[in-house]
Design a protein around this ligand. Structure first.
Ligand SMILES: NC(=O)c1ccc[n+]([C@@H]2O[C@H](COP(=O)([O-])OP(=O)(O)OC[C@H]3O[C@@H](n4cnc5c(N)ncnc54)[C@H](OP(=O)(O)O)[C@@H]3O)[C@@H](O)[C@H]2O)c1
Length: 323
């Protein structure tokens, strides 16, 4: 099968540390070009990764006729703007999470997409492509732990650098947007439904005005999800699933490393089973799934509407929160 020619919009940390190498190692993708706000940065990064072409700004990359798909790892306030421009330039779009700053913006992108029926667009929630999640979802569906009724999760790291995009309110910073979007996403993914009620509290940074910590309860018809996200606590990630007849615990739920296997522990009345997944690169798997949808002109693995629904829950958490 042929390889899709990808263009990378910016020299973002996530692009450099994960996604560029992942596309280069994927079966169906190749990194064709990169753009930066500063030509020198684009040139250096292109050289570092042996990327054939670089562009001195994002527009120029979108005008590159060879680029078929673009990956958009820009700060959150630029996601919809550049995803829209990319679609209008005839490019397929993989846009980082969370898809937008708010529901209104996400909805605008959802309305733009059908105007380009030949193009694919997807939000880059890469965890969905890791075999551990595909397997656990299947086990839940099969009733391996009875009825799933409680999800307990958290995602945190420490970042008090004023220059970091997570600490800039206007860029869509804060813990909920940066990492809290994962507990929201996995809850909707596992319950296969939207929450009927949202309870939350948020604690804000006195200078940066972004939420340092968000705690929430999402109530679904089938059960509840309790979570917190933080950019003011030590790096940690955790997911535990409680069913009527068992529980499942992830070793590294969101960022499993590409070079070693990770374990998922399932406990039922029959005992403890340690399931091993990987090594594998979820970003490569995401690239291949998206590239395949382009090559075969099939549906993308996760429709854009899912990103809008996730944004609705994020917005509800913000609106209903108490300090
Ligand atoms: N899926 C994942 O695993 C994952 C992990 C981390 C982050 N993310 C998401 O990826 C996106 C980028 O995160 P990151 O941590 O990689 O960010 P980052 O390192 O700060 O990179 C963002 C890039 O955007 C460009 N940019 C354009 N306008 C900018 C502005 N006004 N301020 C700052 N940068 C600007 C810059 O590239 P140039 O200077 O080259 O133009 C910058 O390097 C976010 O949406 C985040 O939520 C996803």
């Amino acid at each position: 099968m042929r390889k899709i020619k990808w263009g990378i919009l910016s020299t973002a940390t996530i692009a450099v540390e994960q996604v560029i190498p992942a596309i280069q190692q994927s079966q169906l993708g190749q990194v064709w070009a990169i753009a930066s706000r500063r030509e020198e940065k684009a040139k250096i990064t292109a050289h570092q990764f042996d990327i054939p072409y670089y562009h001195k700004n994002y527009e120029e990359l979108l005008n590159d006729p060879e680029v078929e798909a673009v990956y958009i790892p820009l700060p959150n306030h630029l996601h919809v703007k550049w995803a829209t421009k990319a679609l209008r330039a005839g490019k397929h779009v993989l846009v980082e999470k969370p898809v937008a700053m708010n529901v209104k913006e996400a909805q605008a992108l959802l309305e733009e997409a059908p105007q380009h029926p030949e193009l694919k667009i997807m939000e880059a929630f890469m965890y969905k492509f890791h075999p551990q999640w595909i397997d656990v979802k299947q086990k839940i569906r099969e009733g391996a732990i009875g009825n799933l009724e409680m999800i307990q999760s958290s995602f945190s790291f420490f970042d008090d650098d004023p220059a970091s995009i997570v600490n800039v309110k206007e860029y869509g910073g804060g813990s909920l947007m940066d990492v809290g979007c994962y507990p929201v996403s996995i809850s909707r993914y596992l319950f296969d439904a939207e929450p009927i009620r949202v309870l939350s509290t948020q604690g804000f940074h006195s200078d940066f005005e972004v939420d340092v910590t968000t705690s929430g309860i999402l109530e679904f018809e089938a059960g509840r999800s309790i979570f917190f996200s933080s950019i003011g606590l030590m790096e940690h990630q955790e997911v535990k699933l409680f069913g009527t007849r068992g529980k499942i615990e992830f070793e590294i739920p969101f960022n499993p490393p590409r070079d070693r296997a990770v374990t998922v522990k399932m406990t039922t009345k029959d005992g403890v089973k340690e399931l091993s997944f990987g090594p594998g690169d979820q970003y490569s798997l995401q690239t291949d799934a998206f590239s395949r949808a382009i090559i075969e002109d099939g549906p993308v693995p996760v429709p854009l509407n899912d990103a809008v629904q996730n944004m609705k829950v994020i917005e509800a958490i913000k609106e209903n929160s108490h300090e």
